[in-house]
Design a protein around this ligand. Sequence first.
Ligand SMILES: Nc1ncnc2c1ncn2[C@@H]1O[C@H](COP(=O)(O)OP(=O)(O)OP(=O)(O)O)[C@@H](O)[C@H]1O
Length: 285
Amino acid sequence: MPVTGIQAGRSGERAGVSPDMPARGAGAAATPLALVLETLSVGFGGLQVLDGVSMTIRPAERHAVFGPNGAGKTTLFNLIGGDLMPGGGRILFFDMDVTRLPPHARVRLGMRRTYQSSMLFPELSVLENLLIAVRGVRPGRFGLGRIRPGDVDVAAAETLLRNVRLTDVAAQTVATLSHGQQRQLEIGMALAGTPRLILLDEPAAGLSAAERRDLGELLTALPRSTAFLLIEHDLEIALQVADRVSVMHGGRVMRQGTPDEIMNDAEVQAIYLGGGSKEAGGHAR
Ligand SMILES: Nc1ncnc2c1ncn2[C@@H]1O[C@H](COP(=O)(O)OP(=O)(O)OP(=O)(O)O)[C@@H](O)[C@H]1O
């Protein structure tokens, strides 16, 4: 297979630098990359699920991780978020080595994550859920307390409401929301505290075509100050919202590039049009 300008995760490549981005350190005070994944690997028993995954995310970049079922995407998120420790490799978050830090320490550094299963409080209102998120990421003790107009946390929760387009349903309990609105709320909660990076795990899963369109628009309109890394099965959404895309296959990053580069890549097309010869998922050792 020819080596293309968008191939990623190859041995010998300088860790943390992909061919389509300028080398760091060129300027006197180069901004650190938001995330550098260096040759991450993890296995379960005899199954090697991730095998030398390297990836870089710039500050404020929107990056989609795309790949077939079993490619290792959620496992990768578990490593980045701290729910799982790698067997090998390193994770740098704004130049800090977070490889062995627990999830709450990563949250304190400005990393957030959504999960495939809902983490909402169904009996509370939309605003109360957002308030919990706002108070939960602040250092120190917190309680839901009374919602008072003018409260700085309430104002922050109301900003999140607007960001995820839920102002009209602020007083409704979460249990009464549509599935699409619940996904919007999860994104709003992840935005609490102005994080530097959000990991979004299949936010469009289970949504109708109209809800997926709305979600794509919502993600596109999010504040540019926050980088996000998105796992998405819906290629259309991934290509719509992402600046760059990583395609995973068999526990490796097989391509990294702009949406245009990815869309026009013959091997990616072959796999996603069902003509691929490689097996998805981990490979037994
Ligand atoms: N805790 C675990 N123990 C054993 N095997 C696991 C574990 N977690 C994941 N796996 C296996 O690792 C492989 C990758 O799983 P992962 O969930 O990361 O893939 P994925 O790309 O997110 O797939 P999907 O798109 O279906 O969510 C799968 O074969 C899965 O069965």
